[in-house]
Write a protein that binds this ligand. Structure first.
Ligand SMILES: N[C@@H](CCC(=O)N[C@@H](CS)C(=O)NCC(=O)O)C(=O)O
Length: 238
């Protein structure tokens, strides 16, 4: 716990490659240059280890550091900053509590992308306008909410390279996994991101080019493909 990068055995991550919450942690570990072991989980048949280490939620990611589990992606990112102070920080410095509080706010807010995104792609029908007025109204509401989320994030980004300024930081690590989902949001009725939110589109492209992100998320096309498969499976099950 001294800030010296550890051997891979000291850090073990229970994760699922495609989980955007687990991706946050892998991105942060990559940014910090920390070696770790991955333990891919099967969420359809949860292991005793996952249940024991995250008894409240039973979700990934869980990071073990020296055999002690830490749950919740944002808590893990925070922990990594504190436990490994010699590595590149994600949060603003402790001498700037205001900037830290602000970063925590926007990191949490970035989850709106995922929640509202689901309302776009997890609908029964692929397209609006073929007869179900309730579904059309829900699609329109979700599209508007996604536009509001993008607008708010773009306002916070404020023309900077990253939410962390010139450096990729805590909000960037928290939100970057969702950058790979922008294409899916668009294809399922969301706003045209490049046209309406050029700042967010440029930020997403910047993130996806970054090694820590590119190595740890699926490509936007692959996300679309997997979402389509998942949707089919889910909708035919009902
Ligand atoms: N708030 C949690 C969310 C984690 C989460 O939703 N993980 C999903 C995978 S993307 C999961 O493990 N789901 C299993 C379940 O819900 O039982 C975090 O930030 O870590």
């Amino acid at each position: 716990m001294t800030g010296v990068p550890t051997g891979a055995g000291d850090l073990v991550l229970l994760d699922v490659f495609g989980s955007p919450f687990a991706q946050r942690v892998r991105i942060a570990l990559a940014e910090k240059g920390l070696a770790y072991e991955r333990d891919e989980q099967d969420l359809a048949a949860k292991s005793d280890l996952l249940r024991r280490s995250n008894p409240v939620h039973g979700k990934v990611p869980v990071l073990f550091h020296l055999d002690r589990p830490i749950c919740e992606s944002l808590a893990i990112l925070h922990y990594l900053d504190e436990a490994f102070p010699a590595t590149p920080p994600l949060l603003p410095p402790a001498t700037d509590p205001y900037a830290r509080a602000r970063a925590r706010f926007w990191a949490e807010y970035s989850e709106r992308l995922h929640l509202v995104g689901k309302r776009l792609w997890l609908r029964r029908r692929e397209h609006a306008g073929d007869g179900d007025e309730d579904e059309d109204a829900e699609l329109e509401a979700a599209r508007e909410e996604m536009a509001a989320v993008m607008r708010a994030l773009e306002g916070e980004l404020g023309g900077r390279e990253f939410f962390g300024g010139e450096a990729f930081g805590y909000v960037d690590a928290a939100a970057a996994p969702f950058a790979a989902w922008f294409l899916t949001y668009e294809r399922h009725g969301g706003p045209r991101i490049a046209g309406e939110f050029p700042g967010m589109a440029a930020w997403a492209a910047r993130c996806l080019r970054r090694e820590s992100v590119a190595a740890n998320v699926y490509s936007p096309e692959k996300v679309c493909e997997l979402v389509q498969e998942y949707r089919q499976w889910l909708l035919t099950r009902k």
